[in-house]
Write a protein that binds this ligand. Structure first.
Ligand SMILES: O=C(O)C(=O)[C@H](O)CO
Ligand SMILES: [Mg+2]
Length: 279
């Protein structure tokens, strides 16, 4: 049976961040994921997780910067979407991963997502792949010391132009090149549909490899609830369940979507019809 995590960066926009843990638990979620915990002391988040019996199943290493203020600026102002592929920012990437691993230890989180970043102007994907691979190899070694997986996620270039990693097959080629068993793919079906399509067959192809560390879902193309848009998630959850039972995949599925009703009071909860059969 699929296990769903609430993405607290996109769901519950009607609530302050720290109140979203309680709301997700009240709505039946047993796990949460989000982008960045760095604006809060780990103890503040641990208190919310423990008060609600929630598992922390994913968050991102910093997209740039290495302290709360510079991380927020990197995402909001600089438009950084990771630094892993960017030559000359290796020290920043590594400091960010070290911070993320400290938080992962404190939060009991078994995986972090290291965003690839944008291909720098004037360079090509091929020209920066070696930097990406070297950074991931370093991150995987550090993460393995505390039993944490590092995830890489193909992201579509309509949402993030010039993002380095866009395709599932390229992500799995990177895993092979890095050669670290704790480096895995964050397979976001929203991005997979936009970039490649054929989502059910890609689930059947990649879940049995044991190298998909996490799934995420959202409606396509609006990125609202999974039951709004061109993907039949009822069918896809059945495929995930069938393949997971065959291959033993036991991962989480993050609801990484913007509720259609936005920040209206109760807007997120009123859109949880897709989740009702799985609570
Ligand atoms: O963009 C996505 O789909 C992600 O999952 C990143 O981690 C955050 O943007
Ligand atoms: Mg995603």
């Amino acid at each position: 049976m699929p296990k769903f995590a609430a993405n607290l960066s996109m769901m519950y926009p009607e609530l302050p961040f720290l109140d979203r843990f309680d709301a997700a638990a009240k709505d039946g979620f047993r796990a949460v994921e989000y982008l960045f915990p760095y604006a809060f002391a780990p103890a503040e988040i641990v208190a919310r997780l423990q008060a609600n019996g929630l598992q922390q199943v994913l968050f991102n290493s910093p997209p740039g910067g290495t302290d709360a203020a510079s991380i927020a600026r990197a995402w909001d102002q600089a438009g950084d979407k990771g630094t892993a592929c960017q030559p000359g920012r290796e020290a920043e990437f590594r400091a960010g991963v070290a911070l993320a691993l400290d938080y992962a230890q404190a939060l009991g989180c078994p995986r972090i997502h290291a965003m690839a970043g944008l291909i720098p102007p004037g360079l090509t994907r091929e020209a920066v792949q070696a930097t990406y691979v070297d950074n991931l190899r370093w991150a995987a070694v550090e993460a393995a010391k505390q039993g944490v997986d590092v995830l890489i996620e193909p992201i579509n270039t309509r949402d993030i132009p010039r993002f380095f990693l866009n395709r599932q097959d390229h992500a799995h080629e990177i895993l092979a090149e890095v050669g670290a068993p704790n480096l895995k793919v964050q397979m976001d079906l929203y991005h997979c549909q936009i970039v490649e399509g054929d989502v059910a067959m890609k689930l059947r192809q990649y879940l049995p490899t044991g190298r998909v560390g996490h799934l995420q879902i959202a409606g396509v193309p609006e990125r609202h609830e999974p039951d709004i848009g061109e993907l039949n998630y009822g069918y896809l959850f059945g495929v995930i369940d069938e393949v997971a039972q065959q291959c033993g995949w036991d991962g989480w599925i993050g609801g990484e979507y913007r509720p259609r009703l936005g920040a209206q009071p109760g807007g997120t909860r009123s859109g949880l019809g897709w989740f009702a059969p799985w609570r």
